[in-house]
Design a protein around this ligand. Structure first.
Ligand SMILES: [Zn+2]
Length: 134
């Protein structure tokens, strides 16, 4: 577990509650525990970490590119919903309006995550870059 609050390395989500092993984790047989040295892991939200699973990648950039595909696939339906402007929303009311506003927020949140993954893909930071900038 991450002890303080870090943003997710990939999607930029404010709360990275897990660590992603950029270099496959090693097992400390002497102390009988997994090692979590900062030169092997980066902060990661649980959603990105789950999507990355145990797949192996050579770079952080490749991981970010993979996540873009996964997020687009997982939220395909949400992302394909139409954009409503304020005027259109004002004409609506009740449960329908609530639902549209809620989905708009979710959609924008996912778009931000995908955009951030795009930046990470393009920059391809090293593990040291990540910790240095936190
Ligand atoms: Zn994330």
């Amino acid at each position: 577990m991450v002890r303080r609050i870090y943003p997710c390395t990939y999607c930029g989500s404010v709360y990275a509650n897990t660590l992603d092993h950029v270099i496959p984790h090693s097992y400390d047989h002497v102390h009988n525990k997994r090692t979590y040295s900062k030169d092997k892991v980066v902060p990661c939200c649980s959603e990105c970490n789950t999507m990355l699973g145990n797949k192996l990648f050579d770079t952080i950039s490749e991981k970010a590119a993979y996540l873009i595909l996964k997020y687009n696939k997982k939220y395909k339906k949400l992302l394909s919903l139409p954009d409503w402007d304020e005027e259109e929303l004002e004409e609506m009311e009740g449960r329908l309006k609530e639902k549209i506003v809620f989905n708009n927020r979710r959609k924008n949140n996912i778009k931000l995550k995908i955009d951030n993954c795009g930046l990470v893909r393009d920059v391809n930071p090293s593990i040291n870059d990540i910790w240095e900038h936190l």
